[in-house]
Design a protein around this ligand. Structure first.
Ligand code: GAR
Length: 217
């Protein structure tokens, strides 16, 4: 049975595009039923429309509180009865009510190896810290910011010449591979959660630069 996905995005939507491409190529047995953005100008809304996916902008300015906005969009998402809710560059901190509504089926991608460099501008944080590696992480969302159980990570070396922009570009290339892979595993029912440890059934662990190893991307 095909996996029903709702995507939330604030920005240009390149991760959304990578997920759509993987679905269109038949690599993931899934359908995106709705894309929601908190930004009217989000490229993600355009990408959704170009792919005949329902795209909705909900303006946070119409809500008095973050909680009020989150409860509203949670209700809207529930109407789609999703198997999975994917945050793809969604730049708002989610309130507890939203996380409670979808915990266990709510994924995020973060442009660092969490728990390093959580929060905003992770790539700039890594460079300013002088880290020699950073990367990307797909994780379950819990109530701690960018701190949920890790599904898959990709390591990216940092050179002396790197700027936040060049590092972001390098990390993004891996984001576009590990996010569709994690979604595929989720939709196939291969992801098990034991406490805060994620186990992908029959995955190959222990290799660089992506752990567990990519299978399809
Ligand atoms: C991606 O790099 C994603 O990891 C990051 O925003 C970018 C969105 O790009 N997300 C966060 O920083 C969340 N804390 P996209 O709109 O092209 O997918």
């Amino acid at each position: 049975m095909s996996c029903n996905i709702v995507v939330l995005a604030s920005g240009r939507g390149s991760n959304l595009k990578a997920i759509i491409d993987a679905i269109n190529k038949g690599k993931i047995d899934a359908k995106i039923s709705l894309v929601i953005s908190d930004k009217k100008s989000s490229g993600a809304l355009e990408i959704a429309k170009q792919n005949n996916i329902q795209a909705k902008f909900f303006d946070p300015a119409f809500f008095e509180t973050r909680r009020g906005y989150d409860i509203y969009i949670a209700e809207r998402i529930k109407k789609e009865n999703p198997d999975l809710v994917v945050l793809a560059g969604y730049m708002r901190i989610l309130s507890d009510e939203f996380i409670d509504a979808f915990e266990g089926k709510l994924l995020n991608i973060h442009p660092s190896l969490i728990p390093s460099f959580q929060g905003l501008k992770a790539q700039k944080q890594a460079i300013e810290f002088g880290a020699k590696f950073s990367g990307a992480t797909v994780h379950f969302v819990n109530k701690e910011l960018d701190n949920g159980p890790v599904i898959i990570q990709a390591v990216v070396p940092i050179t002396l010449e790197d700027t936040p922009e060049t590092l972001s570009e390098k990390i993004l290339k891996w984001e576009h591979r590990i996010y569709p892979q994690a979604i595929k595993w989720f939709c196939e029912g291969r992801i098990k959660l034991e406490g805060r440890k994620v186990i992908v059934e029959n995955a190959k662990y222990g290799e660089l630069p992506v752990n567990p190893a990519l299978e399809d991307f």
